[in-house]
Every structure is written in structure tokens, then in C-alpha cells.
Design a protein around this ligand. Structure first.
Ligand SMILES: Cc1cc2nc3c(=O)[nH]c(=O)nc-3n(C[C@H](O)[C@H](O)[C@H](O)COP(=O)(O)OP(=O)(O)OC[C@H]3O[C@@H](n4cnc5c(N)ncnc54)[C@H](O)[C@@H]3O)c2cc1C
Length: 630
């Protein structure tokens, strides 16, 4: 696919053995002629590559040929006269989407960050949310849903709920009450017009300021006048030098060609290369005077300029003296990112005790994760990364810092890498790995069945069971260092020991590549997984717990020592040493974190008194240090 998903972790292309292959067909270099799709979805048709197609007519012939090669269905918008003129008398059926098409979508509301579509026509009637900005993105979403329905898929409720959007398609970089900054890929006059018209509609009462980088000299030469006409729809703006895209300089196709076509006194000017700071300062002043939409437009590298702009704005927030505030950081975050104050944590841990996190976030993408971490660090606020909370004890007082959890679907991708490896996001549950491994006939992961954690926690804890160790099946870990650098490291580089990957301390695991021990039949893998699962079920308590409370001492077992000290069944408040497994402390229903802490202390003291062995907690304590307890 051409566009890059916002998640960053979700690859734009996944090659699998699925029945359908979804691909963006590229007309820019003529490779469009190689495709004979089952379903063709055409969103629009512009003479976008005059360097390749000498005339509009040649482009039309190319598209008509694509439609003729289409086997089943051609999908087009309900109001595109040019595409309409190319679909008469086709062998494939032609279906339309839009306000009046075969697939009908009525846009009910398009607030800054999401919109509501009411589906009807060939769709089963339902109302859905499109979780990204603008009528333009809503229309693209409608087209995608129409294609999926045509292909025979049944839409679930809220089919786009987990979609974090794609970059550079009215991609919202910043959104406060007075300033909205977007990045968009528009690079043809028609696209520029569509963009500006839709922004006027979506942001009434805002002044529109654009930074436009023309793309290719050939296109700029062809459309200089049209670009100038469309740019004048903005309230003000700058024209960047042309992004060459490997073309040789054409004197009549530069940004000056556009500027020379502007009306005298136009508020669109050349970007002041020699003094950009002055221009940035002007933009700053202008956006403070009245509500502003600032849009970075173009298909070249203007996106980098947008990112630098955002980084500068963030830098000034990081350097400001004020305390951590939701209002201050929210404008930098993607809409889907959840950020809340005083979020209870007991329901996010398997032990089900403890207080709240002062701040809590579920970021939808890596960028938001980094923004949140650096903001917290700039405020000296401790950050804790929570997985599925199956190895965590939260104190009753809670955690006076920021808890970050990678639970959005962006972190839950599993992709098979042929033949015997898989890419797995940090938020994927170990159980899901077992499920996929069985399906794909990949062995070596069976020991994970029944460990109730996710990948991030399993990496950090080097989770293990029945002789298998998580880091033994890891080929590489993608992670962020405490300083925010992205790294890909092998287990050998991460200082892996029993129940800890020490090199990851203070970092955040984003995902891993796992390698199977062997390839077998799905039935064989499934059978071994079930055997281990049964073994686990018969030897572990069913009540809420955090798994093994203590690490096994060298050449010994913590559970055995607790048992031999006669502590099974020992109770403090509503917490109890399990009668089934001495190393499990269970919550009988209403336990407080303090009950568990009292019990840990008691067990620790009595085992040490009896055996001389000081048990070391395996469970991570959040809110206090174990040193203060035992
Ligand atoms: C019933 C039960 C049975 C269990 N059986 C086993 C077992 O057989 N073997 C075993 O090893 N464990 C077992 N556990 C413990 C636990 O499931 C594992 O340690 C698991 O790997 C923890 O994963 P989690 O996602 O729940 O991490 P959490 O408990 O949420 O976090 C654990 C640690 O990992 C860190 N962490 C989480 N995500 C990330 C990330 N993305 N990047 C960096 N650090 C991160 C946290 O900061 C914390 O330090 C069991 C627990 C229970 C409740």
C-alpha cells in the first residue's frame, strides 16, 4: 500500500496466504498495466504524471484498460464524471459509493478528530465511527468498506474502531482550541482544491495557512497556473522549492513558476529560505490572533518540515516549568490515545488489588508513546510500562507517576515471516502466540500456554515454564531505550538472566521476532500445547494471583520451601498462601494490597528463619520498593 499507517508498527504490506491480496496500483510508472484485479476501487482520476503520460487521453486509455481487465467489480465514487465516462459497457459490474451510490454513507458529523457515517444501500444498515479527521478520510473509509463488502466480508459493529489512520492524509499533528496542524499529501491542483474546500467545511471560522511544496518539475511546469489558482483559496501561505523526485531541474517548472501566476499582492509568498525563523515567528503570531489551521502540503519531504515544527513546539513545552498537565500534552497526541488522571489499576492486574495511577496512558502509536515518555521525564515523573499486569502488585496508595500500557490494537499485530518466524507486537498475549503457532505448525512456543502475560512483560521478565524460556525463542527485540532511541537487539545484547532481561531496564519493548524450534503439523503442536495446559491447570490455583510470588533460589524451589515451612493456607486479611501451590499468594475476593504485603513479609521471615534462605520477590511492586517491605 502507498500510505504509511500511523501505528508505525503495522507494516504497509503483509504477504500471507490469505485469499485476498490488497494492493495500491501505481499508474506513475506504467506498472498499472500488469494488474488484472478481481475488484478495482478507483477513488479519483487526475492527470498526475504528465512526465509519463503525454496527454490526459492516454491516462484515460490506461484506466479504461484496467477496468476492462477487472474480473468482478469496478467501484467508483457516485459523483466523478471522468471515471463515470470510462466505465460504460464493461464486463465487470460497476458499483458506486457515496451519498447516493449503491453503497451509501451519510456523513453525520465530522468533528476535528473523528466522524460518524450512517451506512445503507448495499451495506447492512449501521452507524459507524471513522476515527480520523475530515470528510475526505470518511469518504476513503466508505470506499474501503464498500470494497470489503463486495469481496464478501461481513462488517462487524464499528469495523474501523481500531484504525489509527494513515500518515499524511489530513494527518493531525497538533490540535488545540486555537491551532490545528495537519499534514497532507495533495500534490495535484485538483487534490489541493479538494483539500482546501474540505478544510473550509470542517473548520469554519478558522484562518487557513498553508505551506506547499510542489512535487516534480514536470508537474509544476504543467500546472503552475492551476496551483496558483488553488493556493489562493488559502488565507495565507508559503510555497516551498520544488521536490525534484529524481527529475532534472526544469527552469519553467520551479516554485517561481507558481509564484509568478499569483495575483498582485497575494498573501502567498515564497518560503524565506534565508530567514525561516522569521517566518515561523510570523506563523506563531498569526495563529495566536485567531483560530488557525496550519497545513503542510505536498508529496515530497515537507513532512519532515512538519515534524520539525512539531518537535520545536514540543521542545518548548518540555522546557516550560509547569507541572504535568493533560491540557498541555493532549494537543500533541493522536485522538485515539487514551490519557487519564487517577486511573484505577486493580482491574488491570491479575491480583486485583491496589490503588490508582496518578496518570495513565494507552498510546496508539510509537510517536505518542515517545511524546508521553519525554513529557513525563521532563517533569521528573516516574514512568512504568504495564503489560497485562500478571506479575504486578500495586500498593493501596497506587503509583505516583505515569503508567503506560501498550494495549491498543497497534501493539497487537502478529505477522508470519516465512517460513518459521513471526513478528509479534508487545501487546500480544502469549496465549495468542500459541494459537497462531498451532495454526501455522510452528513448535517451540507451547510452554507459553497459560502464562497470562503479554509479549512486553514476557521479554522483560524472560517468562518461562516447563523448561522453555521466552528469550530462547526470541531472535530480536525492537525497543526504545530510556533515552528514547529505537533499537533492535538480539537476546545476547540484552543481558538475559533467570526471570529478567536486565538490558531492557527502563526501556520499552515494542515487539519481537520469534523463531520456531521446528515446523510440525498443526495437530502435533496443538496436542503438545493442550498437554502442557492441562498440566498447568492441575497444579495452579484458580483464584486471582500474580503467579509465583518469589523467584526460585538456586537449585531449589520457592514453593517447596514455603510448603516445608508449613505456610500453605496462611492468611492475612483476604490474602492467602495458596493451598495448591506454596509460591502463589491468592486474593480470596476482597484482599487489600496491604494484606498481600503482610503475607509476603511473614512468609519471607519464616522461610528465612527455618532455612536461612532469603527469598527474593519475583512479582514487581508498584508504588513502593520491596526493600521497604522485607
Ligand atoms: C496464574 C499465573 C501464572 C503464571 N505463570 C507463569 C509462568 O509459568 N512463568 C512465568 O515466567 N511467569 C508466570 N506468571 C507471571 C507473569 O504472567 C509473567 O511474568 C508475564 O511474563 C508478565 O507479563 P505481563 O504482560 O503481565 O507483564 P506485567 O506484569 O504487566 O509487567 C511485568 C514487568 O514487565 C514490564 N513490562 C511490561 N510490558 C513491557 C514493555 N512493553 N516493555 C518493557 N517492560 C515491560 C513491566 O514494567 C514489569 O516490570 C504467571 C502469572 C499468573 C497470574
Amino acid at each position: 500500500m502507498g500510505a504509511i499507517p500511523r501505528e508505525g508498527l503495522c507494516p504497509p504490506v503483509v504477504w500471507s496466504q490469505a485469499e485476498w491480496l490488497v494492493a495500491e496500483v501505481d499508474e506513475s510508472d506504467g506498472t498499472i498495466s500488469e494488474f488484472s484485479p478481481e475488484i478495482t476501487l478507483a477513488l479519483n482520476l487526475d492527470w498526475d504524471h504528465p512526465g509519463y503520460y503525454e496527454s490526459e487521453a492516454k491516462l484515460d486509455v490506461t484506466f479504461r484498460a484496467l477496468f476492462e481487465r477487472t474480473q468482478q467489480t469496478v467501484l467508483i465514487p457516485d459523483s466523478n464524471a471522468r471515471l463515470e465516462s470510462l466505465v460504460g459497457g464493461l464486463g465487470a459490474q460497476v458499483l458506486r459509493f457515496g451519498e447516493r451510490g449503491d453503497y451509501i454513507g451519510h456523513l453525520q458529523a465530522a468533528p476535528a478528530q473523528s466522524s460518524t457515517l450512517v451506512l445503507s444501500g448495499l451495506f447492512a444498515p449501521q452507524t459507524i465511527t471513522v476515527p480520523c479527521a475530515s470528510a475526505f478520510n470518511a469518504s476513503n473509509a466508505l470506499a474501503a468498506l464498500a470494497a470489503a463488502t463486495t469481496a464478501g466480508f461481513t462488517l462487524c459493529a464499528e469495523p474501523l474502531a481500531d484504525f489509527a489512520g494513515v500518515m499524511r492524509r489530513q494527518d493531525c499533528l497538533y490540535h488545540s482550541a486555537g491551532l490545528i496542524a495537519l499534514a497532507d499529501y495533495a500534490h495535484h491542483p485538483e487534490e489541493l482544491q479538494a483539500l482546501i474546500v474540505s478544510l473550509r467545511k470542517d473548520y469554519p471560522g478558522h484562518q487557513l495557512v498553508g505551506l506547499f511544496q510542489p512535487h516534480r518539475y514536470t508537474r509544476t511546469r504543467q500546472y503552475a497556473k492551476d496551483f496558483a489558482r488553488e493556493l489562493q483559496r488559502l488565507d495565507s501561505g508559503y510555497v516551498w522549492p520544488v521536490y525534484a523526485a529524481s527529475e532534472k531541474l526544469l527552469a519553467e517548472g520551479t516554485s517561481a513558476s507558481i509564484l509568478s501566476q499569483l495575483a498582485p499582492g497575494s498573501s502567498i509568498t515564497a518560503w524565506p529560505q534565508d530567514n525561516p525563523d522569521r517566518a515561523w515567528a510570523q506563523l506563531d503570531v498569526c495563529s495566536k490572533q485567531s483560530p488557525t489551521v496550519l497545513v503542510f502540503i505536498g508529496a515530497g519531504d515537507i513532512y519532515k518540515v512538519a515534524r520539525e515544527w512539531k518537535a520545536r513546539l514540543l521542545e518548548s513545552l518540555l522546557n516550560a516549568p509547569e507541572a504535568f498537565s493533560l491540557e498541555a500534552i493532549q494537543p500533541f497526541l493522536t485522538d485515539g490515545t487514551y490519557l487519564k488522571q487517577a486511573e484505577p489499576l486493580s482491574n488491570k492486574t491479575t491480583l486485583r488489588v491496589g490503588g490508582a495511577a496518578r496518570w495513565y496512558a494507552e498510546p496508539v502509536c510509537r510517536e505518542d508513546l515517545q511524546v508521553l515518555r519525554s513529557y513525563a521525564q521532563s517533569r521528573n515523573l516516574p514512568v512504568f510500562v504495564l503489560g497485562r499486569g500478571s506479575n504486578i502488585l500495586v500498593t493501596d496508595e497506587g503509583f505516583d507517576g505515569l503508567v503506560i500500557r501498550l494495549s491498543h490494537c497497534a501493539w497487537r499485530q502478529i505477522t508470519r515471516l516465512e517460513p518459521d518466524r513471526m513478528w509479534v507486537g508487545a501487546g500480544v498475549r502469549l496465549k495468542e502466540i500459541c494459537g497462531h503457532a498451532s495454526l501455522w505448525g510452528l513448535s517451540g512456543f507451547e510452554f507459553m500456554e497459560g502464562i497470562p502475560g503479554a509479549v512486553g512483560g514476557a521479554v522483560r521478565m524472560n517468562a518461562g515454564a516447563m523448561g522453555g524460556w521466552f528469550m530462547d525463542v526470541v531472535e530480536s527485540v525492537e525497543w526504545l531505550t530510556p533515552q528514547g532511541e529505537l533499537r533492535i537487539s538480539s537476546p545476547a545484547e540484552l543481558d538475559v538472566i533467570y526471570r529478567s532481561t536486565r538490558g531492557l531496564q527502563g526501556g520499552v519493548a515494542l515487539g519481537v521476532v520469534l523463531r520456531a524450534k521446528a515446523q510440525q503439523t498443526p495437530a502435533e503442536v496443538e496436542q503438545r500445547t493442550q498437554t502442557l495446559s492441562q498440566k498447568r491447570k492441575s497444579s495452579q490455583p484458580r483464584e486471582s494471583s500474580a503467579g509465583c510470588m518469589f523467584k526460585n533460589p538456586e537449585n531449589n524451589f520457592a514453593g517447596k520451601l514455603v510448603d516445608e515451612a508449613g505456610l500453605k493456607g496462611l492468611q492475612r486479611g483476604n490474602a492467602q498462601v495458596s493451598a495448591i501451590h506454596g509460591n502463589f499468594i491468592v486474593n480470596l475476593g476482597q484482599a487489600k494490597a496491604q494484606d498481600v504485603l503482610d503475607l509476603v513479609k511473614e512468609v519471607h521471615t519464616r522461610v528465612q528463619a527455618q532455612t536461612g534462605i532469603a527469598l527474593e520477590p519475583e512479582v514487581q511492586l508498584l508504588g513502593k520498593s520491596w526493600k521497604d517491605i522485607i
